[in-house]
Every structure is written in C-alpha cells, then in structure tokens.
Write a protein that binds this ligand. Structure first.
Ligand SMILES: Nc1nc2c(ncn2[C@@H]2O[C@H](COP(=O)(O)OP(=O)(O)OP(=O)(O)O)[C@@H](O)[C@H]2O)c(=O)[nH]1
Ligand SMILES: [Mg+2]
Length: 243
C-alpha cells in the first residue's frame, strides 16, 4: 500500500505503550492525512514481546507495518532502516516520533502542516516560545538545555532544539543527505540529521511542542549515549570545516 505520509516509530521494550501509541497515531494521522498515511514500527527484537504485539497490530490495520531487526543497534540505525523503507515505498513526507508518549501524537498534524506550508524539515521544539517540558526535574532540564547549547555552539547552528526526535522531513531531504554515511546512534543522530539538512540549504522550521516524561516502560537513554554526542560533535564540526 502506498501512502504519502509515513510515521516511523522505533521501539525497544515498549510492550506497555505500543498498542495505545499506534491507536493514537492512527487517529491523529487519519485527521491530517486521511487515507494517505502509514505507520512503520521498527523493532529491534524487543525481549518483552513488543514485536509480536506490533505484528498483531499490522494484521489488524492496513496502515500499519512492522520492520523487525535482529539486533539492538540503537535509535540511529533503527531510524535509518525505517527511512529507507519509507523512501523505497514512495513516501512524500516522513515523520519520526518516540513510542512512549513523550511526544503527543496530536502534534503530528502541526509538523505535517509546517512541511506542507514550505518547510523541508519541521522540528518539534521544546526550546522555542510555546514549547517546553512538562515534568522534568531541574537537573534534567539543565542537562538537556546545556547539551543543546553546546551542540549549537560547536556546530554554529541557530536551531534551538537539536536533540529532540519529533520531526517531519520532506522526503527529498532524506534522499539528499546521504543516509548511508550516518554513523551516530543516540542524541547525536538527531543532531546530525538536522545539521546535514541545514548544510544543504534546506528550510528548517521549529514547531513548539511540550515534551512529557514517559509514564510507562523504562528509558533506554544511558550516560553512554550522552557521551557519544560529546565525542561525535567535534567530528561533525571538522567534517563541516573541511567540506
Ligand atoms: N528499534 C529501537 N528503538 C529504540 C532503541 N533505543 C530506544 N528506542 C526507542 O526510541 C524511542 C526513544 O527512546 P527512549 O528510551 O524513550 O529514550 P528517550 O526518549 O531519549 O529518553 P527518555 O526521555 O528517558 O524517555 C522509544 O520509542 C524507544 O523504544 C533501539 O536500540 N532500537
Ligand atoms: Mg522517551
């Protein structure tokens, strides 16, 4: 089945969220892209059975599809596999969203609208007027803001929310930014996608969103993933300077 708007959702141990998030995503997409959307779950063989639940959802809904990967490789490789599948199938816009309700599926409509209104990449942004984080402690807020500020500084970028993972790409962008050479996994994956998009002169717009802490299941973020960003950023900077 072909569709214009593809939502790629990576999952690892999201058995407690997957059914509800897919239902909410389908309901939201049916409003903003009626009959022209597809939800692609990219599961890395979750030991908690997320993949099996996803298969049942795909059997029940024409607009749901599952990509099973044999190894857990992190967010970046899962997204890359999902993006390739969406591009191969003829997607015109590709959305990305977490499967833990940190991103409100109702905001998918505003991301799609921003792209339909001319943006090449719309970023759900916590750090523009009207955006925010609902339930983080002060320390987590400081760490996230400091990480974004560091990335903006090192890469000389003006986008305010560089580490978030709630986005909508015009497909042409994903086809142009050489996905095959992206090696990052965690926060740096999100940063690298945005940096490459800006480097090619595409229009990036930030759409305010409010981020919520996950209510069910556990976070997959680790200090290692944050550290990866610190190591990768100078490399991204060097590559830009040499280009
Ligand atoms: N396929 C796949 N999905 C992953 C992997 N790691 C995380 N995810 C998914 O990516 C999304 C974001 O992961 P989270 O664990 O919520 O990480 P986070 O949102 O950055 O961190 P929190 O704010 O603590 O929730 C969720 O849907 C996860 O299930 C992975 O290695 N493979
Ligand atoms: Mg999360």
């Amino acid at each position: 089945m072909s569709a214009g708007a593809w939502l790629v959702m990576p999952t690892f141990n999201e058995a407690e969220n997957i059914e509800a998030i897919v239902a909410a995503a389908l309901a939201a997409l049916e409003v903003c892209a009626p009959g022209d959307h597809r939800v692609l779950i990219v599961d890395d063989s979750s030991p908690d059975g997320t993949g099996e639940i996803a298969d049942r959802l795909a059997a029940a809904h024409d607009a749901v599809e599952v990509l099973h990967r044999t190894q857990r490789e992190g967010l970046g490789p899962a997204y890359l596999a999902g993006f390739r599948r969406a591009l191969d199938a003829g997607a015109t816009r590709v959305l990305q969203m977490d499967a833990d309700f940190s991103h409100d599926p109702a905001d998918l409509a505003r991301l799609l609208a921003a792209v339909d209104d001319g943006a090449d990449l719309a970023i759900g942004s916590r750090y523009v007027d009207g955006g925010g984080v609902a339930d983080w402690g002060l320390l987590r807020q400081i760490v996230s803001r400091a990480g974004c500020a560091y990335a903006r500084r090192v890469l000389s970028l003006s986008v305010r929310d560089l580490t978030g993972g709630f986005k909508c790409f015009r497909s042409e962008v994903l086809a142009a930014i050489r996905l095959d050479t992206i090696r990052s996994h965690g926060y740096s994956f999100q940063i690298e996608l945005t940096q490459r998009t800006l480097a090619r002169g595409y229009v990036v717009s930030e759409v305010p969103i409010v981020f919520h802490e996950r209510r069910r299941g556990s976070s997959k973020m680790s200090p290692w993933i944050a550290l990866e960003a610190f190591v990768v950023l100078p490399r991204l900077r060097l590559r830009r300077d040499f280009r």
